[in-house]
Ligand binder design. Structure first.
Ligand code: NAP
Ligand code: G4F
Length: 331
């Protein structure tokens, strides 16, 4: 069998790092695009970069930015991937209200750039686009399926809706193998620190060890369908292994509030959450999506994928990882 070569944009992100581990285990050569930053450390994939058996042998990094079409085109030509996983971009919904233009360029236009590169250079490449439940926004029905209307409520959601529809257009117009993974929130100890689950898990652990005194949050009543990132990257991979390109909702089908997450997190460290959690409307968004819960029947039936573990297990895993980090730093 010919060697499988994956090219990943966003390899240093939460999903990119887990997907890289999965693909390396499966025998792929993995190429990742990284931005030039002032710091050479890339925390989520540093363990792979420092592994001499892996780095430079089956894992390769290339400097590039989503805004730099010439470089993207050159990397694509040099790597010659069989599968392209497009995960990169500004992914914080709240921040997209503050920096809408760069968010829309990264989440929207960059997808168009990559689709065009693939169309020009190698139309048979399998292309994964990281879509999101945010495209449903003020959802017209609940739970949502692949057929639910797109009604985004944030600049980020609008850009992802644009890119999702473009991916469909390229699939239908040019017969390209393009899949939209419509993923609901998925979390892990590698989640960025300014997303609510990681922020809560970190604070619960730090307060329990006397390192912080409180936790300041926005809207506690918001609900999300939260799953595990490690499971969701398996769904991403499965989409590109199927005979036919398609779109899939990836979700647990259960909604929990931010308050539920907070309660469960403080329970892990045996603390009364109400004593520590403060509310600050500065963290509120101008508008929130509503009724976001996914129906993952299609991926369950077609690709035999299902989420693992309960909501409580996810919360426990995240809080315990934070406690472990604190203990390691102490010793
Ligand atoms: P993440 O942790 O925020 O990672 C984003 C990645 O994109 C990082 O590697 C980042 O690089 C890179 N990036 C950002 N701007 C870039 C640019 N201009 N040029 C090159 N690289 C750039 O996101 P994630 O949680 O792994 O999510 C992966 C994708 O899935 C994103 O597109 C996100 O919108 C989408 N998504 C996520 C979820 C979720 O719940 N996690 C749900 C649905 C969809 P740096 O390391 O240099 O910052
Ligand atoms: O953790 P969040 O910032 O995630 P959000 O907005 O749902 O977006 C994430 O999931 C999407 C999938 O639906 C992805 F497409 C997107 O890339 C990203 O990964 O916020 C979750 C909820 C929101 O309702 C927010 O208002 O938590 C509420 N919240 C309350 N206090 C807070 C806070 N969110 C953040 N980030 N920080 C707070 O202090």
């Amino acid at each position: 069998m010919a060697e499988k070569i994956a090219l990943i944009t966003g390899i240093t992100g939460q999903d990119g790092s887990y997907l890289t581990e999965l693909l390396l285990q499966k025998g792929y050569a993995v190429h990742g695009i990284v931005r030039r930053t002032s710091n050479l450390l890339r925390s989520r994939i540093e363990h792979l970069r420092r592994d001499a058996k892996i780095y430079g042998k089956t894992l390769f990094l290339h400097y590039g930015d989503l805004s730099d079409t010439t470089t993207l085109r050159r990397i694509f030509r040099e790597v010659g991937p069989s599968e392209l996983y497009h995960l990169a971009g500004q992914s914080h919904v709240g921040l997209s209200f503050e920096i809408p233009e760069s968010t829309c360029d990264e989440a929207g236009m960059a997808t168009l750039r990559l689709l065009e590169i693939v169309r020009d250079q190698s139309p048979s490449v399998k292309f994964y686009h990281a879509s999101t439940s945010e495209i449903f926004g003020n959802a017209s029905e609940s739970p949502q399926t692949e057929e639910t209307a797109m009604r985004p409520t944030s600049p980020y959601g609008c850009a992802k809706a644009f890119a999702t529809q473009l991916a469909r257009v390229y699939r239908q117009s040019y017969g390209m193998f393009v899949c939209n993974g419509i993923l609901y929130n998925h979390e892990s100890p590698r989640r960025g620190e300014n997303f609510v689950t990681r922020k809560v898990a970190r604070a619960a652990a730090r307060i329990s060890r006397g390192l912080d005194v409180d936790l300041v949050l926005g809207n506690l009543e918001s609900k999300r369908d939260w799953g595990r990132a490690q499971d969701y990257v398996v769904a991403i991979w499965l989409m590109l292994q199927h005979g036919k390109p398609d779109d899939y909702v990836v979700a647990t089908g259960e909604a929990h509030s931010v308050r539920d997450f907070v309660e469960a997190a403080f329970k892990v460290v045996d603390l009364p959450w109400k004593k520590y959690v403060k509310r600050d409307p500065a963290f509120d968004r101008p508008i929130e999506p509503t009724r976001l819960v996914g129906c993952a029947d299609k991926i369950r039936k077609t690709l035999a994928w299902k989420p693992n573990g309960s909501f409580e297990q996810l919360v426990r895993e995240m809080v315990e990882a934070e406690v472990e980090t604190i203990e390691k730093l102490k010793s």
